[in-house]
Ligand binder design. Structure first.
Ligand code: FAD
Length: 290
């Protein structure tokens, strides 16, 4: 007999499968190939965060190295996206920096672009410091910044002075109202403000959103400022829109997570949208019917 927790996990995995490639590197590479066939680029992320076990961190670093080398072998356009706390930030800044160096040195051999994901506001300062340190030596490196944080406009102005490559997101973490915008309206307003700055003063950036009104604003701005940028969306979300953008000549990248640690990522996706909660509910009801 399946326990309540196991059943819940099984149902959640059924829903989560639309957003993740699977559990192994091969699953991730298969999804990369699939995205490539559809005319899209791919950004691979190994799931997992807040690692404090050194063997686990070493394993994670090795997997990112293997993925970078595989892109070249498979002749696909790919990038990797790494969370600082999965490669040592929960131990120390020094540990994290050392591991990023290893990943980036290997990535640069295969011309793989590396993105640094941005985690909760507890890590913003350290993550920006790490980015500055590495970007001074490695050019093919980008950083995610979050429109829900009030500090981000100043961070962006500063980062753009150094020519930083930015991925603009709304922000996936629940932050305190003292430091963050909480309503969708305020976050969208700030997203638009930051996007305008990016188009005016930046180059080589990612507009990472599924929000049609933000995407339309980006298209409008791209007609005023000729910039190298791409749309980035999560695997399995807005799949109906992606071919349309690609047909119009925009670069679209699929963010493809893989790994066994899929639960926190999937819970964030469920919380993002009421309809996903309903989807989870109906999967639960169906599982009780059989
Ligand atoms: C490529 C990429 C990388 C990211 N990297 C980071 C990062 O490093 N740090 C970080 O904090 N956050 C990251 N995020 C997540 C981001 O911060 C948001 O939480 C997430 O993208 C939802 O915001 P939205 O821009 O899509 O807008 P929302 O206002 O949340 O949604 C707008 C519309 O998009 C559609 N939509 C949004 N989410 C879903 C969903 N789950 N299922 C179905 N439809 C949906 C719906 O139509 C919705 O009405 C990343 C997102 C992307 C796309």
């Amino acid at each position: 007999m399946v326990s309540g927790t196991k059943l819940m996990e099984k149902i959640l995995y059924g829903v989560a499968k639309q957003w993740i490639a699977g559990e192994t590197i091969d699953d991730a590479l298969e999804s990369v190939r699939d995205a490539y066939k559809k005319g899209r680029h791919a950004i691979v992320n190994k799931l997992g965060e807040y690692h404090t076990s050194k063997p686990l961190i070493i394993k994670t670093v090795k997997e990112y190295q293997l993925i970078s080398s595989s892109f070249r072998k498979w002749k696909v356009r790919g990038a990797i996206s790494v969370k600082p706390t999965q490669v040592g930030l929960s131990i120390s800044r020094k540990e994290c920096l050392r591991n990023f160096e290893t990943i980036i040195k290997n990535a640069s051999l295969s011309h793989t672009f590396v993105w640094i994901d941005m985690e909760s506001s507890d890590h913003t300062d350290e993550t920006i410091e790490i980015y500055h340190n590495l970007f001074a030596r490695y050019e093919r490196l980008g950083l995610a910044i979050q429109a829900n944080l009030k500090r981000t406009k100043n961070d962006l102005i500063d980062l753009l002075e150094y020519g930083a490559k930015i991925r603009l997101v709304k922000g996936a973490y629940n932050e305190d109202g003292k430091i963050a915008y909480k309503s969708k309206n305020k976050i969208d307003e700030n997203y638009l403000r930051l996007m305008k700055l990016l188009f005016r003063d930046g180059n080589e950036f990612g507009i990472a959103t599924h929000d049609s009104s933000m995407i339309n604003q980006a298209i409008r701005l791209s007609k005023i400022y000729e910039r190298k940028f791409e749309f980035q969306m999560l695997k399995g979300i807005r799949d109906e829109l992606k071919p349309d953008l690609a047909r119009k000549g925009f670069v679209v990248s699929d963010y493809i997570p893989y790994g066994t640690n899929w639960l926190p990522y999937s819970i964030r996706r469920v919380k993002e949208r009421k309809r996903n909660i309903l989807l989870l509910g109906s999967s639960f009801i169906q599982s009780h019917r059989v």
